[in-house]
Write a protein that binds this ligand. Structure first.
Ligand SMILES: [Cu+2]
Length: 485
């Protein structure tokens, strides 16, 4: 098929030409007449994943594998990807955590065109910022468990920094993901994950919404199979280590709906980056917690020889595959698990202590309410009283370029919401009543009946989507669109 190149892309490549080496010059010059070679080719198609010899699932994949291949890009160096869609339905690839244009970001709500069924779309952008990013589908699934993040369309991106100090021996990427989803009425929530007390006013708001809703709970999604890097615990190769080795773990939660945890008996994690952004205060923790789409980069010093399970705290999920074996050289035997002591995941532990954040130019308050089973058995989510309509696509708020905004998020539900802002990083400035600064993220877990303030600089014009990354929440109202003036 012929390649579509829009005028903006041609202009961009023309600007790039004088800086490019000779070989690229020849490539790019050809692009005015025929397709230049892409830096990367991504193919979306159905395929099989062998989670274990007994569990082989069929789902939609990137380049026939789960996780999708680790895509490495250079910070600031233009990257061209050809996305082929071999499925029967339109697709979108979202470049999560990158400050790029709305036309390539990968959200239909922002105006990114779909990759048509059995078609191809070329996207080009300048990757930034450096660090652990994420690429995944951004289509609406609603009641279809073969669409959206319920599929295997997820992979890690690593944007190589211009200079990397690299105080570690080895990097290991871990992608956490469940398979074989099914709906049920009601579900459980990792209530022991986050610190802080519920806010009484938010609890009252939630109770009031419950009184107006049907007595039955809305649908939730559960899973039968759990895997790290597409292999159930015990099925894949172990992580083989030597005493004294310093391993940098890059962990990505690619779940559609679940909050995940990880612990490694006898070891601690020194968290150095959250969502790919270095934290101001690297701190040691016994457990990692990650909301959907969150990433944690943590150093582990291998100083406790044995054969261990690096696994989820939830016994049931770990026994159904959410873990990977860590095996020291010369050690054999059954991998050991030990439940860590009580621990709450506090983002402020990685922030600048006693930090008083800069005052924003404007504050936007967003109150989140759940209407139980209001949409054919699914929960409906409203932001300031309104469920996002994908027909109307009405922007909630207009941003002025150069201004600093504070989103004051108020959760009047008992669910934890991993909320995500596209195309910008935000700074956590207050979470569960605690002020902080210096922690830059693109997803943050907002606790049940809790509040969080996140600040961002409006410095990337274009339509910008804000939503909960829990697929069931974003598909049923928990979204807002910002536009630039
Ligand atoms: Cu949510």
């Amino acid at each position: 098929m012929s390649m579509k190149t829009d005028r903006r892309e041609i202009l961009r490549s023309a600007c790039w030409l004088p800086l490019a080496p000779l070989a690229r010059w020849a490539d790019a010059a050809d692009s005015t007449t025929e397709a230049a070679k892409a830096d990367y080719v991504l193919r979306i198609a159905n395929g099989l994943v062998e989670l274990s010899p007994e569990h082989i699932v069929s789902t939609t994949l990137y380049n026939g594998q789960f996780p999708g291949p680790l895509v490495r890009m250079q910070e600031g160096q233009r990257f061209v990807v050809d996305i082929h869609n071999d499925t029967d339905t339109p697709e979108l690839v979202h470049w999560h955590g990158q400050m790029i244009g709305s036309e390539v970001d990968g959200a239909a709500e922002e105006g990114t065109p779909f990759v048509p069924p059995h078609g191809m779309r070329r996207v080009a952008f300048v990757p930034r910022p450096s660090g652990l990013r994420f690429y995944h589908t951004h289509v609406v699934a609603r009641g279809d468990l073969n669409r959206g993040m319920y599929t295997g369309q997820a992979g890690a991106v690593y944007v190589e920094p211009r200079n990397n100090p690299g105080a570690y021996d080895r990097e290991i990427f871990l992608v956490l993901k469940e398979f074989a989803p099914a709906f049920s009425r009601g579900g459980d929530m990792a209530s022991e994950a986050l610190p802080g007390e519920p806010v009484a006013q938010l609890r009252r708001l939630g109770e009031e919404a419950d009184r107006q809703a049907p007595p039955q709970k809305g649908f939730e999604v559960g899973y039968d199979l759990f895997a790290i890097n597409g292999r159930m615990l015990g099925s894949g190769d172990p992580i083989r280590v030597k005493p004294g080795e310093r391993i940098l773990l890059h962990v990505l939660n690619a779940s559609a709906t679940e909050i995940r945890s990880l612990a490694l008996p006898g070891h601690r994690f020194q968290v150095i980056a959250l969502d790919g952004n270095p934290v101001p205060r690297p701190a040691e923790v016994p457990v990692l917690w990650l909301g959907t789409a969150e990433r944690v980069s943590a150093l582990v010093t291998m100083n406790h020889p044995g054969v261990w399970i690096l696994g989820d705290l939830a016994d049931d999920d770990r026994r159904h595959g959410m873990g990977i074996v860590v095996e020291y050289a010369g050690h054999r035997g059954k991998p050991q698990w030990a439940k860590p002591g009580a621990f709450r995941w506090d983002y402020t532990a990685f922030g600048i202590p006693g930090g008083a954040p800069a005052e924003p130019d404007e504050t936007i308050e967003i109150t989140i309410v759940k209407n139980n089973a209001a949409l054919n058995g699914f929960n409906r989510w409203t932001l300031n009283g309104e469920a996002f309509s994908m027909d109307a696509m009405r922007p909630l708020y207009t941003l002025q370029r150069g201004r600093r905004y504070r989103l004051k998020l108020r959760n009047a539900s008992d669910d934890i919401h991993p909320v995500h802002l596209h195309r910008h990083s935000f700074e956590l400035t207050r979470i569960a009543g605690k002020a902080t600064r210096g922690v830059l993220k693109d997803v943050v877990m907002l606790g049940g009946f809790q509040e969080a303030d996140i600040d961002f600089l409006a410095d990337n014009p274009g339509m910008t989507l804000f939503h909960c990354h829990q697929q069931l929440h974003m598909d049923f109202g928990f979204m807002a669109l910002f536009r630039y003036a």
